[in-house]
Design a protein around this ligand. Structure first.
Ligand code: ZN
Ligand code: FE
Length: 255
């Protein structure tokens, strides 16, 4: 049966990703129950599971209400802060879903939070608030080295895989990225496409990992253009990927 993946816009800027076939769905990061329940109803399908990338409220707050309606398994990072978890996961684990029929691998991607995980296979990547299109998550509980490492590992996944991020931040991210890498034609092109999509009220996600590698400054910290940009921001910045990442992340945080 064909599997489809759709964004359910929630809260200010979140996307709950609904992975479904003709009968059933699993939800990724349901921060709000009402919009998710409406989407399930609109499709005439039931909920069979919930996947969680990290413990922040905007990714889990809808779970208790959903469980009242559908007592389903909840997979997510082994972290006490996710009270509704039934299947704690860690690096290297596999999630085998029956309906929709789907297998996802689990990768630890700490940085945004200490226990953040990413679900992936050859065709899809659910990275929560680790990787955004043209950006990345803030470092609430991790170091630049951890986040750089997490992004490096995501960057090595299948280039044709589609990236399903936790938030619609792409337009603002494009403005920042263009300010640090103004001469990247792929980025200029993506910024234009993104502006058009947002003007039409459409999501900018998913995006292929390959496209992100060409445009996302936080995945490009080893390139001369980004090293030069970081050293312009901070003349004391070194040339390692982690130092360049830290400088770019700090500049973005300050804006
Ligand atoms: Zn978060
Ligand atoms: Fe979030």
């Amino acid at each position: 049966m064909t599997i489809r993946i759709e964004p359910i816009p929630a809260l200010e800027s979140n996307y709950i990703w609904m992975i479904h076939d003709d009968h059933a769905a699993v939800l990724v990061d349901p921060g709000c129950a009402e919009v998710a329940l409406s989407a399930l109803k609109a499709h005439g399908i039931s909920l069979t599971g919930i996947l969680v990338t990290h413990h922040h409220a905007d990714h889990i707050a809808g779970i208790p209400r959903l469980l009242e309606e559908y007592p389903v398994p909840v997979w997510g990072p082994a972290d006490e802060r996710i009270a509704t978890l039934t299947h704690p996961l860690q690096e290297g684990d596999t999630v085998d879903l029956d309906s929709p029929k789907l297998t996802l691998e689990v990768m630890a991607t700490p940085g945004h939070t200490s226990s953040h995980i990413t679900f992936f296979n050859d065709t899809m990547i659910f990275c929560g608030d680790t990787l955004f299109s043209i950006g990345c998550g803030r470092l609430f509980e991790g170091t630049p080295a951890q986040m750089q490492n997490a992004l490096d590992r995501i960057a090595r996944l299948a280039p044709d895989a589609l990236v399903y991020c936790g938030h619609e931040y792409t337009e603002a991210n494009c403005a920042f990225a263009l300010s640090v890498e103004p001469n990247n034609p792929a980025l200029a092109q993506r910024a234009q496409a993104v502006a058009q999509l947002r003007a039409n009220g459409q999501p900018t996600l998913p995006v292929t990992l390959g496209d992100e590698l060409k445009t996302n400054p936080f995945l490009r910290t080893r390139l001369p253009s980004l090293i030069a940009a970081a050293r312009q921001i901070d003349p004391d910045c070194g040339t390692t990927a982690t130092e360049v990442f830290a400088t770019l992340r700090a500049l973005k945080d300050s804006r």
